[in-house]
Design a protein around this ligand. Sequence first.
Ligand code: ARG
Length: 503
Amino acid sequence: MHQQCEMDEGRVRRRKESQNGSTGHNVDSQSEDRQPEKVIALQKDVGLVSGICLIVGTMIGSGIFISPKSVLLYSGAIGPCLLVWAACGVLSTLGALCYAELGTMITKSGAEYVYLMEAFGSVVAYLYSWTTLIVLKPSSFAIITLSFAEYASTPFYPGCAPPVVVTKCLSAAAIFSIVIVNCFSVKLASYVQNIFTAAKLLIIIIIVVAGIVLLAQGKTENFSNAFESTSVSVGAIGLAFYNGLWAYDGWNQLNFITEELKNPSRNLPLAIIIGIPLVSVCYVLVNMAYFTVMTTTELLLSPAVAVTFGDRVLYPLSWIVPVFVVFSTFGSANGSCFTAGRLAYVSGREGHMVKILSYISLKRFTPLPALLFNGILSIIYIIPADINTLINYFSFAQWLFYGMTALSLIVLRFTRKELHRPVKVPIVIAVLMVLVSLYLVLAPIIDKPQLEYLYCSIFIFSGLFFYYPFVHRKVTWGRRLMSKFTHNTSVLRGNKHISSMKC
Ligand code: ARG
């Protein structure tokens, strides 16, 4: 028996049973009658600590353990390398401040997607969600789990690199288990996030303290002539930034789940202001620690920088480094999965992706189809993936959208003056973010044009082929198919475009 369900932006409001007569549902319909309406939506389960852990825990993943090599390679010397790391921290903080304004002004989940929609309209928001859901989110999930797999399998293959098939299978297993945890419960996913964030902060503190002790003992010889052979190519500096910014990426994570955050106008800016400077200070200090024990040549030759550091400084406890890197990457992958599911959910809700992505598991209150969608795509990405290439193209597209989002802040200051802004940042910060993003997107292309950037751009715009028939015209067969599916399932709830479903 079917009953009309009325939904509002992903919320399913169940009408009073009395309005529609009996239901075929086996819950106590009398007690339901007494409730004026039941809202089925993602719950507000995330508090300040979990919010900070989501930011810090996603930012600290594989990057700080693998990117130092690439940042050094492209910047040419220790001095500019440390400056790039510090500048990346400042940039991420400024970017996140813009997001604090946007996220407290527009309190919908979905981060860039909802801000671009508000400032530039449906097409731009759609292109963002198309690129992010099909490429950026799953590829970042894949990159992090590949690093997880590399660190997890290395101890079992002493003296040689683990076979590719082993790392890829391990990576797929990590994706699988993270998706299961996230489908199972938001609370469980938050606990996993908090525990792994604590673990990664511990290893960072160990590395930093060891570095400070060595510096205090006078191991400063690697810092002399710190600016010798600095790279002067704009493109190389751009690539150095890409790799550093990969390690910082994740500073916008909380904006993806604003609807699930308790008291967002307080907790969102607070989590940003605590989380990102904390990570920035840690990153610069970790890099200094690496340089106290490794010369530039040694660092460039090291297969895994953090492990080499552990071997030289923490022996006989050097095994703790790879173990904690495994924890760190796993936690970061969990955070990525958590938020990717929310973006798919929001854009499904707005009709920009297939409707089923906006369905919530009735039992678990998790966006189950959205999470599965992201997991399946990520598994596909690990098959051909090469980490470094993925990171460079990831950053190119990602910074295009960060820049546009900063621009949306400026546009909204003029077009939506009336909106309440609990946090208002100086507009010059947004202007700076737009300019920096422009540099980051253009510099590597101008310096060394590569076909891959063109493919990347073509991919972004190819989304338009689907926009007209599927989003603008909303072809009916898709919806008919989808409502058939929902007739046959009583575990998921969709939104207002599906008018009839089993309740
Ligand atoms: N910063 C993380 C790392 O170093 C990667 C974060 C990827 N970005 C994301 N939105 N999940 O591994």
